[in-house]
Design a protein around this ligand. Structure first.
Ligand SMILES: Cc1cc2nc3c(=O)[nH]c(=O)nc-3n(C[C@H](O)[C@H](O)[C@H](O)COP(=O)(O)OP(=O)(O)OC[C@H]3O[C@@H](n4cnc5c(N)ncnc54)[C@H](O)[C@@H]3O)c2cc1C
Ligand code: SF4
Length: 333
């Protein structure tokens, strides 16, 4: 038995102080990921600081036209919010593509972003895993590879990030607001999660004790024309093999602007900047979409067991962009 303390703070500063003083402590939100990892013996914190009632549960309009989402907003509430559904449908769709209704009722915005990889070796304490125990090796390299990364992996770790919501937020250029022992920070979603490199144990750039307070969605008019498409092995309760979050702004059949992010392919949500650059100013045709997908995926380094993800990602990118272009044409926009 390992001793584990549970604590509730009076306010955010106290929570940050409590965790700052406990090097092996962790924040607890909905608990839908962390409690599973506790039961498996993967997470072994000495202290849990409950933050469910500390951070904001509100979805607020910002003066610049953006939206501020509190870290304690439940996934189900965010998915159902009328403003999110009409102005950022990709976010609502990504949330609804994840987990189940019961889980989404508990899971929070902050916890969803920081959920840990579903690599089976990470979750099994009897197998070597550099992410769980640095220096022990990576069982996936010679093992089960279907769910693993094709982009940005390292010899130390080929795991993927599991969150659907984070892929949509990456496409939308969301910004995470944090408060930690060293003060407040604003971190673009594109910079929150790390590639594994030589330190696969660190999923994000957050420092110990840093608490996610809010997620800011900047105003993005054409995000109303956005979509999330997820390919998985089962219709529910399955993480993405490949997913695509896309938003497109078309004028007279030409792509004026675009946002594109991929899930299930890397250690972090993958912003497809190479494809975006090629698409801006290009005709909205299947040829342009295929060229952009090929350019983005030219950097893919699949393993023998997940090489299928490259053509799959290509197909899902093209289909997503075609669907959004057809939607616009039909609306006469
Ligand atoms: C069966 C099952 C199926 C699932 N399927 C999917 C799926 O298809 N797609 C998907 O995206 N997800 C899926 N999930 C994962 C689910 O979305 C996450 O478990 C959930 O979003 C985590 O949120 P939480 O509030 O429960 O976090 P917790 O479990 O409480 O915490 C997760 C991590 O975040 C940290 N944390 C929490 N809040 C904060 C904060 N404010 N600041 C700093 N750190 C914080 C905790 O310390 C912990 O490390 C599935 C989960 C299960 C159990
Ligand atoms: S891929 Fe990463 S998480 Fe999975 S076994 Fe290798 S080091 Fe561990």
């Amino acid at each position: 038995m390992r001793p584990l303390r549970y604590a509730r703070a009076q306010d955010v500063p106290q929570a940050v102080r409590m965790l700052g003083a406990a090097p092996y402590g962790a924040y607890l939100a909905g608990g839908t990921n962390l409690v599973d990892l506790l039961k498996l013996g993967v997470a072994t914190p000495e202290l849990l600081v409950d933050v469910r009632r500390l951070t904001s549960e509100r979805i607020e309009d910002l003066p610049d036209g953006g939206i501020l989402v509190g870290a304690a907003v439940r996934n189900s509430e965010l998915a159902a919010d009328p403003t999110i559904r009409t102005r950022y449908p990709v976010l609502s769709q990504a949330l609804l593509a994840g987990a189940s209704g019961q889980l989404r009722n508990l899971a929070t915005t902050g916890g969803n972003l920081l959920q840990r990889t579903r690599c089976p070796y990470f979750q099994n304490i009897t197998t070597p895993c550099n992410k769980r125990v640095p220096g022990t090796g990576c069982s996936a390299r010679e093992g089960y590879q279907r769910d693993m990364a094709i982009l940005g992996a390292s010899p130390e770790c080929v795991a993927t990030h599991p969150s659907d919501m984070a892929v949509a937020l990456t496409a939308l250029d969301a910004v995470v607001h944090t408060r930690g022992p060293d003060g407040d920070r604003r971190i673009p979603l594109t910079e929150l999660h790390r590639l594994p490199g030589e330190e696969p144990g660190r999923d994000t750039v957050l420092r110990h004790g840093e608490l996610i307070m809010n997620v800011e969605l900047p105003p993005l008019g054409f995000a109303a024309n956005s979509r999330y498409r997820k390919v998985r092995d089962r219709a529910s309760y399955a993480f993405a093999l490949v997913s695509v979050a896309a938003a497109v702004d078309l004028v007279d059949g030409v792509v004026r602007d675009v946002r594109l992010a991929l899930g299930g392919v890397a250690h972090r949500p993958w912003r497809a900047t190479v494809a975006e650059r090629l698409l801006r100013g290009a005709p909205a045709t299947e040829r342009s979409f295929a060229d952009a997908a090929d350019a983005e995926l030219a950097r893919a380094r699949p393993l023998p067991g997940n090489a299928f993800k490259v053509p799959l990602a290509r197909a899902v990118i093209i289909r997503s962009l075609l669907d959004l272009s057809v939607d616009l044409a039909e609306d006469g926009r």
